[in-house]
Design a protein around this ligand. Sequence first.
Ligand SMILES: NC(=O)c1ccc[n+]([C@@H]2O[C@H](COP(=O)([O-])OP(=O)(O)OC[C@H]3O[C@@H](n4cnc5c(N)ncnc54)[C@H](O)[C@@H]3O)[C@@H](O)[C@H]2O)c1
Length: 318
Amino acid sequence: MRLALAGAGLFGEEHLRALARIEGVEVAAIADINGKAAQGAAERHGVKDWGTDIIPLIDRHRPDGLIIATPGHTHVPLAKAALARGIPVLVEKPVAMTAADAALLAEADAKGPAFVLPGHVLRFSEPHRMIFDVIASGAIGRVLSFASRRYRDDSHALRYTDIDPIMMTMIHDIDLALWMTGAFVSEVLARRSPADRQHRSHTLMTAGGRNGASWSLTTAWTFPGEALPPDRIEIVGEQGGIDFETATYIRQYGTSPRSIDLAGQEDVSLIAEDSCFVDCIRKGKRPGIVTSGDAYAGLQIAEAAMASLREGGIVRLP
Ligand SMILES: NC(=O)c1ccc[n+]([C@@H]2O[C@H](COP(=O)([O-])OP(=O)(O)OC[C@H]3O[C@@H](n4cnc5c(N)ncnc54)[C@H](O)[C@@H]3O)[C@@H](O)[C@H]2O)c1
């Protein structure tokens, strides 16, 4: 299995570390518009070829798959170029910067045979899958409400100035809420504080699911230093609920209450995501855990949240 990587920044390096732990996978080439970054990553990870443009590299090496870990605005053109050459792509989130572009990507994906795997890493996380399984088992009844918080340190406000926190961080929670509540939304209302600041801010998004579930998602890129409140999810069902704190616990309430201690467990979700990509290529099957259609749905909601911030009111979705 020979893969190529576009983007040798922080998350490209994470993918390289994850790929090194998957048997039978070789990275044939790395591209980064910053040649030094590409060369450095290639040297650190024993990759023989590197360059500043991924297209000639994939033409030269014809890899079995391409991982795209570049900034969001480059995802769709790079993914479409690879798909047009019959090369499957793992595209980091957000797969596109607009829902219209995500729809184009989903169209290119549907044409096949090469597929798109959106890098929605939390769909591959064991604790998140356990929560989904509890919901799917019916143990807490119908989901009435999904709430989450995902706070990041304020270096995000300096590192990711070309992307809104909704598209960069809250997109995870939008995807989780879609997955765990099982329905699209009919209306979205977002608030940001301070209202005149885009990046170093706190954002609250509330939404109403088409199945009646309430969503309440928060993110902030305001925390100085590395000590942060852990990511949390709270789900209320008709017959119980679930509280989850990343790397700490899952608590299930209702007729079969239980608590699962997560302390000390290694987070292997990125290895699971990359393994899924490799496995789909090996077996010639399309990914089922998360699809370009899911990514498109999430981006429609993210766009509605940003429209709500701009226009100051509820945005209704058809
Ligand atoms: N799933 C997650 O939890 C998670 C976490 C962090 C980042 N990400 C995603 O990974 C992607 C990269 O984020 P990052 O934190 O590594 O950013 P980064 O800025 O550290 O790295 C991006 C790299 O891409 C390079 N680049 C820009 N345009 C390029 C192009 N056209 N071709 C090749 N290289 C190009 C830049 O020079 C840079 O080195 C983003 O889409 C981000 O949203 C996902």
